[in-house]
Write a protein that binds this ligand. Structure first.
Ligand code: PEP
Length: 252
């Protein structure tokens, strides 16, 4: 029996100040159906997390952070720890987003530490990974994805997989308006599941939710989500518009 959940997560990135965030949260709260077909998450900036948590407390929408530091506390000016997030009610964190990798030099090794820190605090992780255009052109995309998973994720225990959500995000499709075709997404998601089955076991592979990310919008969500191994999406741009995001959530 396959237990994996459909999930739609909105990554708001470095957008929206407090009042803009309150406005978007208000729309989501009023317009989202009470029992969506998918688990719904939104990830506002750090400054807006506590407000988001309070506004969405009595709704099915889960609030996630976009990043965190791997240490518990200490001399890491400008950083935020898992414990701090948990203390304001945030139990979910996005790790490994391609923008963190590209602009903030997060390596597979650093990400392994962040994943471990999240697991220790029993946080849920939306772990992002995916190839760049060059990798796909040179047909190294499967190897590259396998390496990202192996080096950052496969050190966790079998028990910890219940707190992992995967987000396959081909870098060439993020914020570019170019999406992977549903077939390309399905092909990679099936590969990922097989890779996990080989490294762990079938049960873990079948039960982990694998989201697709990269220019998902209301017009293409249905056909992408319809693929067997695609369990939802991580949404950037389109998650900033309440109606678009809700339409994507309703695409299952
Ligand atoms: C993302 O940043 O995770 C993402 C998928 O962005 P977009 O939907 O804008 O391509």
């Amino acid at each position: 029996e396959i237990m994996r959940k459909n999930i739609v997560a909105g990554n708001w990135k470095m957008n929206n100040d407090l009042s803009e965030t309150e406005e978007l949260l208000g729309h989501l709260k009023m317009q989202m159906v009470k029992e969506p077909e998918a688990e719904v998450m939104v990830a506002p900036a750090f400054t807006n997390l506590y407000t988001a948590f309070r506004v969405l407390k009595d709704t099915p929408v889960i609030v996630a952070a976009q990043n965190m530091h791997e240490a518990e506390s200490g001399a890491f000016t400008g950083e935020v720890s898992a414990k701090m997030l948990k203390s304001i009610g945030i139990n979910t964190v996005i790790l490994g987003h391609s923008e963190r990798r590209a602009h903030f030099h997060e390596t597979n090794e650093i990400l392994a530490k962040k994943v471990n820190a999240a697991m220790e605090q029993e946080m849920r992780v939306i772990f992002c990974f995916g190839e760049e255009l060059e990798d796909r052109k040179s047909e190294k995309h499967f190897d590259l994805v396998a390496k990202q998973l192996k080096e950052s994720l496969y050190q966790i225990s079998e028990e910890n997989w219940k707190n992992i959500v995967l987000a396959y995000e081909p870098v060439w499709a993020i914020g570019t308006g170019e999406t992977a075709s549903p077939e390309q997404a399905q092909e990679m998601h099936a590969f990922i599941r097989k890779n996990i089955a080989e490294a762990f076991n079938d049960e873990i592979a079948e039960n982990v939710s694998i989201l697709y990310g990269g220019s998902v919008k209301p017009a293409n969500a249905k056909e992408i989500f319809a693929k067997e191994d695609v369990d939802g999406g991580l949404i950037g741009g389109a998650s900033l518009k309440a109606l678009d995001f809700i339409e994507i959530v309703n695409s299952f």
